[in-house]
Design a protein around this ligand. Sequence first.
Ligand SMILES: Cc1ncc(COP(=O)(O)O)c(C=O)c1O
Length: 375
Amino acid sequence: MNLFEVYPLFKINPTKAKGCYIYDHDGRKYLDLYGGHAVISIGHRHPNYIRNIKNQLNKIGFYSNYIINDLQEKVAKKIKSFSKCEDYELFMCNSGAEANENSLQIASFHTKKSRIIAFKNSFHGRSNAALSSTDYEKIKSELNKQINVTFLKFNDYKSLEKEMAKNDVSAIIFESIQGVGGLDEPETNFVKLMSELCKKYNTCLIADEVQSGFGRTGDFFAFEKHKIKPDIIPVAKGMGNGFPVGGVLINKKIKSKYGMLGTTFGGNHLACSATISVLDTLKQENLLNNAKEIGIYFKKKMNEISKIKKIKGRGLMLGLEFDFDTSKLRKDLIFKHFIFTGGSSKKNILRILPPLNVKKKHIDVLYNALNTELK
Ligand SMILES: Cc1ncc(COP(=O)(O)O)c(C=O)c1O
């Protein structure tokens, strides 16, 4: 049986990884400044991660959510203490799309409305409502066009007020820093207005932290910068360091009901132990601080390269903007310099999403490679 081809694959087959490095079947070593799309948070094969998951597997790996799993409570407690999100409850699932799908579903249950406001260049995943709220027509089927979504531009205050005044919006969903869309951020005043209007019109504010959450920007959540309190916070990616896990933090004003949400695999014992390993390691190794420091170092170094037009993002959620399509540069970085970087829906942006324990010496490797290629 052939594989159903949905990605144009780079011809590299990794068989091993450690820290910030990937090794292919020939033993060639690649520097991972992509983190498998912002997923690898504490580094590949971190000893805490291996030990905890192995230990857990030797006890119990899975059982259904119809009986108690106290590891989920442990995860919730640790997220609370790390994020300072005091009055929230946690629902665990398996991926970013699922986290967003559940978030939009909760919002609609809570507000009894259905229209969604999302933003230009957004990406929220490939389940139905999440994809409907994604501004990328090419990847949508007719099915995804059934959901009523209005796309606005960041910082378009007038349109936001006008749309919200119709009083039929169940959720505003936004990324504090856009990932796939190319690292644009809304202004703080705009985010604050979204938050106020959501309160005024009984709409849920969903801060999609699937990519930016769990310390990637140097804050636990990227929305912290705006000093707002979203109603719903979907998370995934860095949460499991590669183990498929997602979650939704739901403000306590939204009441749960039996049957409202459900999942077979979500929050299973192994997913919880992966998440606990990530949270403990972020703390033990002060990785949020490292994300901030290395982010600053990165910007300082990249500023020296004149062909870079703009450096975008925060912490270790970064993008380099050029005035040309970066596809060839990205390929050259992989095949000539053995460095993984990420692309964006904006072809002139190269994305940098390394493990949060990346060091200055790794940034220097990229700096030297870019200097060589951009001569
Ligand atoms: C902001 C954001 N939300 C949601 C998703 C979807 O996550 P997943 O691929 O785990 O379904 C992504 C994936 O890139 C993302 O960047």
